[in-house]
Design a protein around this ligand. Structure first.
Ligand SMILES: NC(=O)c1ccc[n+]([C@@H]2O[C@H](COP(=O)([O-])OP(=O)(O)OC[C@H]3O[C@@H](n4cnc5c(N)ncnc54)[C@H](O)[C@@H]3O)[C@@H](O)[C@H]2O)c1
Length: 256
């Protein structure tokens, strides 16, 4: 089989970078998309051949810029087989104080951009006639609530249905769409938000039967599987690599 041609958004760090690294190590051509130009250039250069950086602000994405981004990725790689809609942001505030601007921005990056890029990528895949895979980075917050992150939870809940609707619409073209819903994975997003203090960390672990946060590579491996023929009959699912959080109906003892 020829090497996969993969687009990953939010690829300058965290889970997106881990996905880009994993696909690249498996022999893929990778286009890394991010708003953080300096970090993106540095990581693409570190990966070397078969890695192309594309700077884009997904908060401002419209249909035309989504088409343009996918077209640029196709030029860079000679096609597109896999889209990983990974970029995401979280804003934390009490529900009653949650700013309108933060709600709009979170929905734009976390839900509207994946919709537009999914459309553009699907059109390119249909035109090429070889099928493909689209993977949306959701969260356990597609199902579970945290009180101070209303926009994030709404975006991930929406992504569950975006994934399902895309999947049933695109499977007849041989395009499989699935989502990954990580629990708490050790990235910048987590250390800046839900795990800022020791107390917050303990709260997370009290809800994590595995007794530790996940590693970004443990999410990238799920993405690699979902993009592979080993997952050929998995359609429209959100898979939860979460250390057991979703099935836990109590709290776990945590060492001080
Ligand atoms: N880390 C976790 O525990 C966790 C858990 C569940 C879901 N997720 C999801 O995984 C994805 C990645 O999370 P992460 O932990 O790696 O986050 P992160 O903050 O470490 O990285 C996010 C990346 O997205 C980029 N980005 C942000 N806004 C952008 C924009 N407007 N345009 C282009 N790029 C933009 C950032 O520059 C950054 O490189 C997100 O969708 C997040 O919701 C993460």
């Amino acid at each position: 089989m020829t090497a996969k041609k993969v687009v990953v958004t939010g690829a300058a760090q965290g889970l997106g970078l881990a996905c880009a690294e994993r696909f690249h190590a498996d022999g893929a051509e990778v286009v890394l998309v991010d708003i953080d130009e300096a970090r993106l250039a540095q990581e693409a250069e570190r990966l070397g051949a078969r890695a192309t950086p594309l700077v884009s602000d997904l908060a401002r994405m419209d249909a035309a810029s989504a088409e343009a981004l996918i077209a640029a990725a196709e030029v860079a790689m000679g096609g597109i087989d896999v889209l990983i809609n990974n970029a995401g942001v979280i804003h934390q505030a009490d529900f009653v104080d949650f700013p309108e601007e933060a709600f709009d921005r979170t929905l734009a990056v976390n839900l509207k951009a994946p919709f537009l890029l999914g459309q553009a990528a699907a059109r390119a895949m249909i035109a090429a006639g070889k099928g493909g895979a689209i993977i949306n980075m959701s969260s356990v917050n597609a199902e579970l609530a945290i009180p101070n992150a209303v926009a994030y939870a709404c975006s991930k809940g929406g992504m569950k249905q975006l994934t399902a609707v895309m999947a049933v619409g695109l499977i007849r073209h041989g395009i499989r769409v699935n989502a990954i819903g990580p629990g708490t994975i050790a990235t910048d997003m987590v250390s800046r938000s839900v795990a800022q203090s020791d107390e917050a960390r303990r709260t997370i672990l009290s809800r994590t039967p595995a007794g530790r946060m996940g590693e970004p590579s443990e999410i990238a491996s799920v993405a690699a599987f979902l993009a592979s023929d080993d997952a050929s009959y998995i359609v429209g699912q959100t898979i939860y690599p979460d250390g057991g959080r979703m099935i836990l109906n109590y709290t776990m003892p945590v060492e001080e």
